[in-house]
Design a protein around this ligand. Structure first.
Ligand SMILES: CC(C)(COP(=O)(O)OP(=O)(O)OC[C@H]1O[C@@H](n2cnc3c(N)ncnc32)[C@H](O)[C@@H]1OP(=O)(O)O)[C@@H](O)C(=O)NCCC(=O)NCCS
Length: 280
């Protein structure tokens, strides 16, 4: 029979974390007592502390905050928001609506920042070995297309000819780079990708919110997968607001199209069920 001490050690070994330490009456995040964090740091600083392990500098927190503000909402035309609202009308509760909505923030909607950070980093790697920006971008775009197809993550928008969030976010990076707070390399890379896409396609394929927030995540040194997680955090605010608004408005079993509108049926023309084998 293992003694009590050995059992305690086995239980403690089950989870290992550098994030939180806890004893009766004591909670510490990354070593800081929670009662000293409450009232002294903002939510964005907390996000940084939890995901990166240290408190951010003010300038880092400001840039991260810009991404979190920028991606909050894109209205019920965005699948994530529409899904949250539809879920609420099915009799669900806020947590169900939020989980359903966050689940669609994937490669093509809201999650493309993950691949965009990866792409920017690959181009940045080539720059470090002495390649010119234009060549490095061309080579990585060619490789990307070979591996993943013609669509480049973080670019293109169904609705906006220019996504108004993208130039603003890049301007903030430029300002921060001007003050020496970040390098600015990933903003230059994103602009070069945008330029080459325009040349290749013969029309603008604008930097979108996923691509623009990815620039900041890359500038701030976030690993690529966190770009997706941070987008989910930001969009969760919009999802919550829309789910709650829908709850207050009421509505039952609301589908993706107004009642009376139907889809385009392209199947077999009407026909009768043939007699079954047993009957024939
Ligand atoms: C967002 C997105 C789905 C919008 O698509 P859309 O407006 O329906 O664009 P379409 O699919 O009609 O494409 C229009 C043309 O632009 C091209 N295009 C669109 N986005 C492109 C991209 N990111 N890279 C390269 N070409 C792109 C398409 O290939 C198409 O060219 P074609 O007419 O020669 O076939 C699309 O741009 C995309 O998948 N982008 C990458 C994923 C992403 O960043 N998602 C976040 C969105 S905010």
């Amino acid at each position: 029979m293992p003694d009590a001490q050995a059992l305690d050690a086995r239980a403690a070994d089950w989870w290992q974390t550098e994030i939180i330490d806890m004893r009766p009456g004591e909670i510490r995040y990354r070593g800081y007592p929670i009662e000293e964090l409450i009232g002294r740091i903002g939510f964005v600083e907390m996000v940084w502390l939890m995901t990166r392990g240290e408190l951010p500098r003010k300038t880092q927190a400001r840039l991260l905050e810009a991404t979190l503000v920028g991606a909050v909402d894109h209205g019920p035309q965005a699948p994530s928001i529409a899904i949250a609202r539809m879920a609420m009308t099915c009799g669900g509760s806020l947590n169900n609506a939020m989980a359903s909505a966050v689940n669609v923030l994937d490669d093509i909607h809201g999650g493309a920042g993950e691949q965009a950070v990866g792409l920017y980093q690959m181009i940045a790697g080539r720059l470090e070995t002495g390649s010119a920006l234009e060549d490095a971008t061309r080579q990585e775009l060619d490789e990307w297309r070979e591996r993943h197809g013609k669509i480049v993550p973080g670019f293109g928008h169904r609705f906006h000819p220019v996504d108004p969030r993208a130039p603003r976010l890049l301007a903030l990076v430029d300002e921060a780079a001007g003050r020496g707070e970040v390098n600015g390399r990933h903003a230059r890379i994103a602009r070069e990708i945008e330029r080459q896409l325009r040349v290749d396609k013969g029309k603008p394929i604008p930097l979108n919110i996923d691509g623009a927030t990815a620039v900041i995540y890359a500038e701030l040194g976030f690993p690529a997968p966190l770009a997706r997680g941070l987008f989910c955090l930001s969009r969760s605010v919009g999802i919550l607001a829309h789910a709650w608004e829908q709850q207050c408005q009421g509505g039952r079993n609301k589908g993706p199209m107004p009642k009376g509108w139907l889809w385009d049926y392209r199947g077999h023309p009407p026909r009768e069920v043939p007699p079954s084998t047993a009957e024939s």
